[in-house]
Write a protein that binds this ligand. Structure first.
Ligand SMILES: N[C@@H](CCC(=O)N[C@@H](CS)C(=O)NCC(=O)O)C(=O)O
Length: 211
């Protein structure tokens, strides 16, 4: 059965695309053109009622939510050792950082990139200011953590959480204070970006910035 990733370049689908390449999972790519609203067509909404990317059809099952998909892929390919064993302290730390990405960073980014959603066009400036403050506070926390307990989120062990986090760092690149502003975050991102699968995902999506 053919696995299929519905994506749009440079978005939340990037981490799934990167992991599919990293783990050597066969798949086909289906690009959605946001400018044409292809993520909101009736046909796509049947797959993903949120009208967002990514959607991964894996072994016939429809999966959404990038962090959840990253966790599932890591579990499916244990030889890559991207998910600590269930019930260990490392697994608890892994959940912590995955949920930090999903609960703290992602909603703040949604506010920054879609600032009219929470309270309409009149409140865009306030929503963006709040999103920015949340993100900068969160990045400081991550920087402090990596400084004390790096080089990866779980210390010496690379995990799928590092892939999700790297994608989210990338989204700050045009913000007033990008993560590259913190030397420890830049060094971490440079390590992750050096992975051949990251560069291959960039090549396939045609991305040329934050290299
Ligand atoms: N929590 C979701 C967020 C997905 C998301 O917001 N995707 C954005 C791109 S980064 C999207 O599809 N936006 C199009 C839209 O909202 O119309 C995930 O991590 O998969």
């Amino acid at each position: 059965m053919t696995n299929a990733l519905y994506y749009s370049p440079s978005t939340a689908s990037l981490v799934v695309h990167w992991l599919l390449i990293e783990l050597d999972v066969p798949h086909t790519l289906h690009a959605l053109d946001f400018d044409k609203g292809e993520q909101k067509t009736a046909e796509y909404l049947k797959l993903n009622p949120q009208g967002r990317v990514p959607t991964l059809v894996l072994d016939g099952q429809v999966l959404t939510e990038s962090a959840a998909i990253a966790m599932h892929l890591a579990d499916l390919y244990p030889r890559a050792n991207l998910a600590p064993a269930i019930g260990t302290q490392a697994r608890a730390a892994y959940y912590r950082w995955m949920f930090f990405c999903a609960y703290t960073l992602m909603p703040a980014y949604r506010g920054w990139f879609y600032p009219d959603e929470p309270a309409g066009a009149d409140n865009v400036d306030k929503v963006m200011a709040s999103a920015r403050a949340t993100l900068e506070h969160a990045w400081q926390q991550v920087a402090d953590h990596l400084q004390a307990q790096g080089p990866y989120l779980l210390g010496e062990q690379l995990s799928a959480a590092d892939f999700v986090l790297t994608m989210l760092m990338r989204w700050s690149r045009n913000m007033p204070r990008p993560t590259d502003d913190w030397p420890v975050l830049k060094a971490y991102a440079d390590r992750m970006k050096a992975r051949p699968a990251f560069q291959e995902a960039y090549r396939r999506e045609g991305i040329t910035d934050w290299v």
